[in-house]
Design a protein around this ligand. Structure first.
Ligand SMILES: [Zn+2]
Length: 540
């Protein structure tokens, strides 16, 4: 029985791959012996790498969603197949099934000649509603997502929505044909979307109502540690400080220099995010009809809190327990016959705080990287303005530097590679050679380098090292490296259509996209890595 449907799905995938029109017609639903889920919830727990979940799993209540998914569902560890393990790249890889070199979202931000720091989702064309100086769209994505496939396969009837505190998570994990991507903008401060999704420049009514019900100044209350949250060392070296907050409970918004920003780094942002998830499910009637819908929840608090205090801190544990509680409450709030499939994963892991790490390591200074690059450039090419900036692990040359790119790249890469804490600096122009290298780190670096981007050198930190965070002077931690603690993330599947599977092997994270497509019963994006992970009804 299953084989027949597997063949049908394979034929359909092949047909879609060969067709000149990559969008399948609305009536080409794969054959199936049981209906697809009505709702698939993709939960991307930002920064909850494989080791992070392992460390804290025993603290989660036995009846909680994450614990049950672990104990009763399909459980995998997957590895992101590239070096620059950041949020944009992770979300895009999970839903496109290809590496950043192909999907294009290779970094969270790029260095723009005119503006400096420019988020990768800022296309300069689709204003954020309520903050028209910022722009957000999924145009950085060069390939279709699972959401795009679902949209095409259902003739636009499926509802595809993303909700996150971060624009890049909500936008890149859904794709160009999403109905809406909702994210927090601390300049407003409120949840919002962009003109890409709402060309009339107005928030949907449900979102305006949400913002009225959940004003940040009232939602952001003092963060007290939950009584049931275990805590060994609240005041560990390397934690914080962050915008006026130090490193021990409680955290009072009044102590923060920038409370609208700090809100996203507090546990208060977690129930806020899940409330927004419930609002979009209700407003868009997600999971109510036979056409499967896709909701992506980009849970950002885990990442922000991890950056400031580390993933083994009391702050982190407290927020992770709240996240699990919110997930469980969301699952319970859905009707019993809703046919919901949950896929819980992460966009990258994280390094331990250097002060709490058995591996010696530390924080790389962006200023030192820039100064080293500029001085190596002057030594190689003479006086001049050769280096434009350093952003999200990438070094950018000026136009003058680009004109002598090969010479400049070799000199600067050698100088950066000599810095303590840097494994190696790689030239984007060498991506083809690196892709064929025998060194796995070289290949992972190449997979972080799309063609036709302005970035010139990729800086790969040594194990235990990472780029410092400008808002957490002298403390905190980061990701963005090719080492296992950053690349390996869990995939927990639970609910409708999921079989109990536990694997010990580490699979390629690119297979998550095909897995989501199999669950939804639609063709995977054409170039997405196959096959789906075990444990889902791949027969569809
Ligand atoms: Zn992230």
């Amino acid at each position: 029985m299953r084989l027949r449907f597997l063949i049908a799905a394979t034929l359909l995938a092949l047909a879609a791959g060969c067709a000149t029109d990559p969008e399948p017609a609305a009536d080409t639903q794969p054959a199936t012996d049981e209906p697809p889920p009505r709702l698939v919830v993709l939960v991307v727990l930002d920064q909850v790498g494989d080791w992070v979940l392992d460390e804290h799993l025993a603290l989660l209540p036995p009846a909680s969603l994450m614990r049950r998914a672990w104990q009763e569902g399909a459980r995998h560890t997957v590895a992101l197949p590239y070096a620059n393990t950041a949020t944009a790249a992770g979300h895009a890889t999970l839903v496109t099934g290809v590496a950043p070199a192909e999907h294009g979202a290779f970094a969270n931000a790029v260095h723009d000649a005119a503006r400096g720091h420019l988020p990768i989702v800022d296309d300069g064309a689709h204003p954020v509603i309520g903050n028209p100086d910022s722009h957000v769209s999924p145009l950085a994505l060069r390939v279709p997502t699972v959401g795009d496939r679902l949209h095409a396969a259902t003739g636009g009837k499926a509802v595809i929505a993303g909700v996150s505190m971060k624009a890049r998570a909500a936008v890149l994990a859904t794709g160009r044909s999403a109905d809406i991507a909702v994210f927090y903008d601390d300049d407003i401060p409120a949840l919002t979307t962009s003109a890409w999704y709402r060309p009339d420049g107005r928030l949907p009514d449900w979102l305006a109502a949400f913002n009225a019900e959940w004003p940040v100044e009232r939602t952001f209350t003092t963060w007290q540690r939950r009584a049931d949250s275990p805590c060994v060392v609240d005041d560990a070296p390397g934690e914080g400080p962050f915008l006026g907050w130090n490193n021990v409970f409680p955290y009072d918004p009044a102590d923060s220099h920038k409370p609208d920003k700090t809100f996203g780094y507090s546990a208060a942002s977690t129930p806020y995010l899940f409330a927004a998830g419930r609002s979009v499910i209700e407003a868009e009637a997600m999971g109510r009809d036979e056409v499967p819908d896709l909701l992506v929840l980009g849970v950002s608090g885990t990442d922000r809190i991890g950056h400031v205090w580390g993933a083994t801190s009391c702050e982190y544990v407290d927020n992770l327990l709240r996240t699990d509680r919110e997930l469980t409450a969301l699952a319970r709030s859905l009707p019993a016959d809703a046919r919901v499939t949950w896929v819980i994963t992460a966009d990258h892991g994280v390094a331990r705080l250097p002060e709490r790490n058995a591996v010696p390591g530390g924080r790389l200074s962006g200023a030192q990287i820039l100064e080293t690059a500029r001085s190596a450039a002057r030594a190689a090419l003479g006086e001049g303005d050769w280096i434009a900036g350093y952003q999200s692990s990438s070094l950018y040359f000026t136009a003058a530097g680009d004109a002598r790119g090969a010479e400049l790249g070799a000199a600067v890469a050698a100088a950066l590679t000599d810095l303590p804490g840097i494994e190696r600096a790689y030239g984007f122009r060498d991506r083809a050679t690196l892709a064929g290298s025998e060194s796995s780190v070289d290949r992972l670096a190449a997979a972080s380098m799309p063609a036709d981007v302005d970035a010139d050198l990729l800086v790969v930190p040594a194990a235990g090292w990472f780029n410092e965070l400008s808002d957490v002077p002298g403390g905190g931690t980061n990701h963005g490296t090719p080492w296992d603690y950053d690349r390996r993330v869990p995939v927990l599947m639970w609910g409708y259509g999921v079989e109990r599977v536990v694997t010990e092997d580490v699979a390629d994270a690119r297979r998550v996209a095909a897995t989501l497509a199999a669950i939804l019963g639609v063709p995977a994006p054409e170039d997405a890595m196959q096959p789906p992970l075990a444990g889902v009804e791949t027969a569809r």
